[in-house]
Design a protein around this ligand. Structure first.
Ligand code: GLN
Length: 190
């Protein structure tokens, strides 16, 4: 089965995610309007600029359909700006509060080797670009990794969020982990 994975394509780094998904045998679909969400097996909210993305979501009437998709249990991956868009103050898809540009604006773009809970085979190469961290989270949120004592990767139910860019840097294991969840959800009746 070839899973169809939507990528919010209003702005930002959606093409890089699409390339990785194709490489791993999934079919990417760019999402710009609510109809694009029909029948998706998974969804990625990419990095970019969270303010622009949030305005686009409102303009296209995507907020409610996106929340419905999360509530339906569809696996969702939010990276960098995508993490911010999913937080309490935006779509409310998981119980975290993101702090934007938490490491500083431009200067604090950096790479790190991270042990990420759930990813085997050694640390993940993580590219951070004007990244957020998670300032606060509720009890249902599982923190998967931290940098400087701040959570930068977390999961709540079907929603996985990362402050870094797994589509950059050549390490495919995060997308593989996500696609495992997508395939498992698609295989279990609804
Ligand atoms: N700084 C951006 C924001 O606040 C996120 C950066 C990114 O996605 N690489 O929206």
């Amino acid at each position: 089965m070839v899973p169809v994975v939507g990528i919010l394509a209003l702005q930002g780094d959606f093409e890089a995610h699409a390339r990785v998904l194709r490489e791993l045998g999934a079919e990417p679909r760019e999402v710009r309007i609510p109809a694009d969400l029909e029948g998706l097996d998974g969804l990625i909210l990419p990095g970019g600029e969270s303010t622009v993305m949030t305005l686009g979501i409102a303009r296209e009437g995507l907020a409610e359909p996106l929340r419905e998709l999360v509530d339906a249990g569809t696996p969702v991956l939010g990276t960098c700006a995508g993490l911010i868009v999913l937080d309490r103050d935006h779509l409310g898809a998981l119980d975290i509060r993101a702090r934007r540009n938490a490491f500083g604006r431009q200067v604090r773009s950096f790479e790190a080797d991270l042990e990420l809970a759930g990813v085997d085979g050694g640390p993940v190469r993580a590219v951070f670009i004007r990244a957020p961290w998670i300032d606060d989270h509720g009890p249902d949120v599982e923190v998967l990794a931290e940098v400087e004592g701040h959570p930068i990767a977390a999961r709540q139910g079907n929603v996985l969020v990362l402050a870094f860019h797994p589509e950059l840097g050549g390490d495919r294991r995060v997308h593989e982990l996500f696609l495992d969840a997508v395939r498992a959800a698609a295989a279990s009746p609804g």
